[in-house]
Design a protein around this ligand. Structure first.
Ligand SMILES: Nc1ncnc2c1ncn2[C@@H]1O[C@H](COP(=O)(O)OP(=O)(O)OP(=O)(O)O)[C@@H](O)[C@H]1O
Length: 242
């Protein structure tokens, strides 16, 4: 499989505090990779560093083999990397449709073309059509998450980064959201999901990476990694690469 996005010794800091210590993670075309780890392990930081929200050296992030680390977020979207951020960050006073149109306009402005349209998104998450004129602040958490995912998809990404999209949602809603993944990956879009729920992370991904204190402590095929290996990697004491 062709690697689309990869990190190489990725280091990230918040001022004097170092949050990532040389992280190597890659995702191939159409592949889903899950990133797990305890609170504060550096998972969100990893996604932020890719998206140019933290200063990183060019060589530390590669897209199609090209060094792009530190590229500004808008340019990353232009290059085909989009993020569903932690906390969704919708325009809460705007309608569902207007939130989505912001993304359509952004994609137009950046010259991104692809297979996602409002109509296709409505087929993926029919509730977004029903609630098109509802203000985002009046949606349930799950519906807001669907808008957030929709907004990222309308940027026509080749790589979709998802930061804890299941957080705070009911199991039924989580299933509904994750059920959209095959369709999202169908046209070769790669996905990196940061996920607190280990079982969900394993079932939704081809490969799994576990982080601890800014380092990858376990990686391998999701269906081969055992619960014991994950537990060891989560809490330390293991450096297992399956
Ligand atoms: N803006 C910030 N300023 C300073 N330190 C930060 C900032 N954001 C995160 N950190 C620190 O960086 C480390 C990694 O945080 P990060 O949010 O990436 O972890 P995480 O694995 O995503 O955890 P969580 O599941 O809690 O979001 C933590 O020690 C955290 O306290």
């Amino acid at each position: 499989m062709t690697t689309v996005l990869s990190t190489h010794g990725l280091i990230a800091r918040y001022g004097d505090f170092q949050a990532l210590y040389g992280v190597d993670i890659d995702v191939a075309e159409g592949e889903a990779v899950a990133l797990i780890g305890a609170n504060g392990a550096g998972k969100s930081t990893f996604l932020r560093a890719i998206m140019g929200l933290l200063p990183v050296a060019p060589d530390m992030v590669r897209l199609d083999g090209q060094a792009i680390g530190g590229t500004l977020t808008d340019r990353m979207v232009q290059k085909g990397v989009a993020i569903v951020p932690e906390g969704r960050r919708l325009f809460t006073g705007m309608s569902v449709e207007d939130n989505l149109r912001v993304a359509v306009d952004q994609a137009d402005r950046l010259g991104r073309k692809g297979g996602w349209s409002l109509e296709r998104l409505h087929r993926l998450f029919p509730i977004l059509k029903e609630k098109a004129q509802t203000q985002a602040q009046n949606l349930s958490g799950g519906q807001q998450q669907m808008v957030s995912i929709g907004r990222a998809l309308l940027c026509q990404p080749r790589v979709l980064l998802c930061d804890e999209i299941s957080l705070g949602l009911a199991p039924k809603v989580i299933r509904e959201i994750y059920a959209a993944m095959p369709e999202i990956r169908g046209q070769g879009t790669s996905v990196i999901v940061v996920e607190q729920d280990v079982g969900l992370a394993q079932s939704a991904s081809d490969r799994l990476f576990c982080m601890l204190e800014g380092r990858v402590t376990l990686s391998g095929a999701s269906d081969q990694i055992t619960r014991e290996q994950i537990a060891a990697a989560y809490f330390g004491g293991s450096d297992a690469m399956v």
